[in-house]
Design a protein around this ligand. Structure first.
Ligand code: ADP
Ligand code: ASP
Ligand code: MG
Length: 430
């Protein structure tokens, strides 16, 4: 008998019919003798609907008071889901009980709309499991020390599930979603994308941070930190498929030391349309200038991603960086009103229509020429690279948004990701 956490995303919970299917699948696992904790998301579209309602009445400020109410509203989608799933399980003849995050409790900090989990008290859940119940806990929700309800950021139910699995030392956390695993790139953009049977935790971390929303990045961080066995699989297989077959399906997130065979150089391609580029032109090239610019941006709580400072001409230089597109206007205003006068910069320009495309693979550590192969492939498509950023296991480029799909497809091809015979990872073979 094992303790298993299942997570079901919005599409998997998208209708009462689908919820009944989820209940049947969970009941199958429970009847096989496992203790089951289930963490569902809101029904698909529901969180957007709720946040849309909030926007209709909310002033466009981001004050803590406004964000607190956003969480109050957004968290209700998950409450409906857990209640419905519990009812559906009871209708299957199972004993089931549902909880909101605060009832567990799942304690977080007070950063409304992007709270971080600090601790989970599993006593109540354990007592229910010992009493033979299936326990269903809202994804996405937490509670701060003043008993305010918080949410964990979009896609946060993944993190709820992995955190619950970590706190309870679950034997495995299964993330059921609307694709049957982690692919070499988003299969909705590149139909030739190939499902990976395994991906290392580090690669998954990079893929998630670079824009692959199949797992929220914090869920991968939790899985790595607490060594939670994590698998991504489909909720759309027939619920009554053989449980052993189901348990081996999808993509397993592994740890690097488990990868015995030679790794493919590039395992996946991620892309992100959510960024915008800003450039401060003609700033004096002197010590402290980066701090003068980025210090202001950091003080305004704006995250900065790729940064480039050009070589100087006549003692002046250009300084570019990317921010989240939602922060674009605020960043431009800040640069124009504060940074430009303070530094004596000539001008500030911006481009919100960019995207970042990244190749990811632990095999890049031991291979040279990977980045230049990427740059050549992009140049052959006539795509201009605006910025480059690298780490040991990834290379990212910032390009014009309109070339995103073209770039992803070209890179997918050049790194032979859609050709199984060219991939050397033994664990990727059926
Ligand atoms: P859920 O509602 O189950 O949490 P999400 O929409 O958050 O589902 O995540 C699943 C989606 O992630 C897929 O439908 C797919 O379009 C997208 N995706 C992006 N990159 C990848 C990838 N590399 N592999 C698989 N899916 C990906
Ligand atoms: N319902 C939340 C969202 O739409 C959390 C999640 O689905 O993971 O972002
Ligand atoms: Mg998701």
């Amino acid at each position: 008998m094992a303790l298993i956490v299942h997570k079901y995303g919005g599409t998997s919970m998208g209708s009462t019919e689908r919820i009944r299917n989820v209940a049947k699948r969970v009941a199958k696992w429970a009847r096989a003798g496992h203790q089951m904790v289930v963490v569902p998301s809101a029904m698909s579209g529901e969180t957007n609907r709720l946040l849309g309602l909030a926007k209709e009445v909310a002033p466009s400020t981001h004050s803590p008071a406004v964000l607190r109410e956003m969480d109050m509203i957004a968290c209700t989608g998950e409450q409906v889901s857990v209640g419905l799933l519990s009812l559906a399980l009871q209708a299957e003849g199972m004993e089931a009980v549902s909880y909101n995050g605060w009832q567990v409790p799942i304690k977080t900090d007070s950063s409304f709309t992007k709270a971080r989990i600090q601790s989970i008290d599993d006593a109540r859940v354990r007592a229910d499991l010992a009493g033979g119940k299936v326990v269903i806990i809202t994804g996405f929700q937490g509670v701060d020390e003043d008993l305010n309800i918080t949410t964990l950021g979009r896609g946060g139910s993944d993190t709820s599930a992995v955190a619950v699995a970590a706190a309870m030392k679950a034997d495995e956390c299964l993330i059921y979603t609307d694709v049957d695993g982690v692919y070499t790139t988003d299969p909705r953009v590149v139909p030739e994308a190939r499902r990976l049977h395994t991906i290392t935790f580090e690669e998954m971390l990079e893929m998630a941070s670079l824009g692959s929303k199949v797992l929220q990045i914090r869920s991968v961080e939790f899985a790595g930190k607490y060594r939670v066995p994590l698998r991504v699989l489909s909720s759309f297989t027939p619920w009554d498929i053989d449980i052993n077959e189901e348990a081996k399906s999808g993509t397993l997130i592994t740890f690097e030391e488990d990868v015995k065979m030679e790794q493919a150089v590039v395992s996946g391609i991620a892309f992100n349309r959510d960024e915008a580029k800003v450039t401060v032109m003609g700033v004096p090239d002197k010590p402290g200038i980066a701090y003068q610019i980025l210090g202001e941006v950091a003080d305004a709580n704006i995250d900065v991603d790729v940064i480039i400072q050009n070589v100087s001409h006549d003692g002046k230089t250009d300084f570019s960086f990317t921010v989240h597109r939602n922060d674009y206007q605020r960043t431009m205003d800040l640069l124009k009103t504060k940074v430009q006068p303070a530094t004596g910069a000539a001008t500030v320009i911006g481009d919100p229509k960019i995207c970042k495309v990244s190749i990811v693979g632990i095999g890049m550590r031991s291979h040279v020429g990977v980045a230049s192969k990427m740059f050549r492939a992009l140049s052959e498509e006539g795509i201009n690279i605006q910025m480059i950023s690298t780490s040991e296991i990834k290379t990212s480029v910032v390009i014009d948004e309109k070339y995103m799909e073209l770039a992803v497809r070209a890179l997918h091809k050049v790194f032979e990701l859609d050709d199984p015979s060219a991939v050397t990872t033994s664990s990727d073979e059926e």
